[in-house]
Design a protein around this ligand. Structure first.
Ligand code: CS2
Length: 501
């Protein structure tokens, strides 16, 4: 990465030169010890949990520095290490841009280069929490059932090579095994991905993987471990070249790894940590609760469900961002009807919250002109996202005998998207672990819309055994798919929201 010659680079030595107005770490970084090992050092955690942690550390010192672990690529490490782990968080909202330099990231490791260093750090007694944002597919599970995919090549690898794990589950289990044999208690595993009952899900994956190694280990984890569920929320689009210039303009320091985020954030966490050891994240606005389920349902089904629906319909219609999608009258009417008529009636509101207001706020957040969140980015990995975002609501509504035309249109748009050609006959760069399987199913089905839909609904990892057998579901998706083919995404969205009104 070349640093423009006239620009001083962000580092501990240059921090004091940051422009006035930049918020700097409010604690002594030299003295900060690592207590949280975070797996999956993408933009999200750097714009979410790390910011909560920085704010707490400014109020009360504690051993809560982060070590970030990349499980795949070295690029974050290559950008962050020359900066001593410092980076800029740019908040973009209607009031403009504000910059904060984040200081809690103390170390960055790249697992494929040195898996032993990662396991050793996690096995050290100073690591009290292992948090994760490895995205849905990083758990190597079956999305429809939430169970470990024992045939996944990386899981097979990790079962055969304990000391060189590649997967999140593999490193966690290896580190827990070392702790057990060293007489050290476990760390808390804190899943921060958009998965249903995320703590319970990861605890099941860890238990099942551990049991394949050693039943005693699985029992020890079950007895002594903790896997609180969380709901995480903040819109954090992938950083662009323009963000590098914006970070420099704001701070006067050149940063190779800034993150950009909206003003809103939310973090709801079940308060079940091993020995109660955790930062006081509530001092920065996180909520500790008994049961995260109602918050998680609200967020996964209203926010992420609408995001995915808008990503597929919007992409097909030529909208580059979510902002562009909700600026279109047909898609705006569609998403409003989707919330009002199909999702909200199937989701119990968390205590004291009104889901109509929540949806109204979402529309405002999606419309934030300063955040360019690409439909293509959200469209990625749909096979891993649809079950908890869309299909769980579908199942609830079918069980109650309620209609699903708007949810079915979202599913149909995804089927159209994974076909790999958009409405202007341009190829789509479909990124999904099941992309080949989905494409083969469609190619094998021929041109008939009903056959194409049935072929994709047969992918059990996404739809389970039940949905393909539901005639109501099959007919609704086929009707929506045929409409998409005949009239395009915008007309199909407009027609279905008119019919719903
Ligand atoms: C998005 C999420 O990329 C996606 O699939 O739906 O990353 C979303 O922006 C966050 O969950 C918001 O909290």
């Amino acid at each position: 990465m070349t640093v423009p010659a006239e620009r001083p680079r962000l580092s501990p030595a240059t921090l004091a030169q940051a422009r006035p107005g930049t918020i700097l770490p409010g604690f002594d970084r030299e003295k900060l010890r690592v207590g949280v090992v975070h797996l999956g050092l993408g933009a999200f955690v750097r714009a979410h949990a790390a910011l909560y942690t920085d704010e707490v550390l400014a109020q009360e010192p504690g051993p809560w520095g982060f070590a970030g672990v990349s499980l795949k690529r070295p690029d974050q490490r290559d950008r962050l290490v020359p900066q001593g782990g410092l980076y800029t968080a740019l908040q973009r909202g209607p009031e403009g841009v504000s910059a904060r330099i984040v200081g809690c990231l103390k170390a960055v490791l790249v697992a494929p280069e040195d898996p032993e260093a990662v396991v050793a750090m996690m096995a050290d007694r100073s690591a009290r929490i292992v948090s994760l944002t490895v995205t849905e597919k990083g758990y190597c599970h079956d999305p429809a059932t939430g169970l470990l995919d024992e045939h996944h090549p990386d899981i097979r690898h990790d079962l055969e090579n304990h000391g060189e794990p590649r997967t999140a589950v593999g490193v966690i289990v290896e580190a827990l095994e070392r702790r057990r044999s060293n007489g050290v208690g476990p760390f808390t595993v804190l899943c921060c991905d958009n998965l249903p009952h995320n703590g319970r899900l990861v605890s099941g994956l860890v238990r099942d993987f551990a049991a394949l190694r050693d039943g005693g280990l699985a029992a020890w984890i079950e007895t002594h471990g903790a896997f609180p569920s969380t709901m995480v929320d903040r819109i954090v689009p992938a950083a662009t070249e323009a963000d590098l210039d914006a970070a420099f303009a704001a701070t006067g320091l050149w940063d190779a790894a800034p993150v950009t985020h909206e003003p809103f954030r939310q973090w709801v966490i079940e308060d079940r940590f091993v020995d109660g050891a955790r930062p006081s994240w509530d001092k920065a606005g996180a909520q500790f609760v008994e049961d995260v389920a109602p918050y998680e349902h609200m967020k996964l089904r209203l926010l992420n469900g609408a995001h995915s629906a808008l990503a597929y319909l919007g992409y097909l219609a030529g909208c580059e961002t979510i902002g562009e999608a909700v600026a279109d009258p047909a898609l705006r009417a569609y998403v409003t009807a989707l919330w009002r008529d199909e999702i909200i009636p199937a989701v119990p509101a968390p205590p004291g919250l009104d889901l109509g207001d929540y949806a109204g706020d979402l529309l405002e957040r999606f419309s934030n002109p300063a955040i360019r969140h690409r439909t293509w980015q959200i469209a990625m990995d749909g096979s891993q996202k649809l079950p908890q975002r869309i299909l769980s609501t579908v199942r609830d509504r079918l069980a109650q005998g309620r209609p699903i035309p708007l949810l079915a249109l979202a599913v149909a748009a995804w089927i159209r998207y994974v076909g790999g050609v958009d409405e202007a006959f341009r190829p789509i760069d479909v990124r999904d672990p099941l992309a080949d399987r989905l494409k083969a199913a469609l190619d094998g089905a021929g041109p008939d819309p009903a056959a194409r839909v049935q072929a994709v609904l047969g992918v059990e990892a996404v739809f389970g055994p039940d949905l393909p057998r539901s005639p109501v579901f099959g007919e609704a998706v086929t009707a929506a798919y045929a409409r998409l083919l005949a009239h395009g995404a915008l007309a199909a969205a407009a027609a279905s929201s008119r019919a719903s009104a």
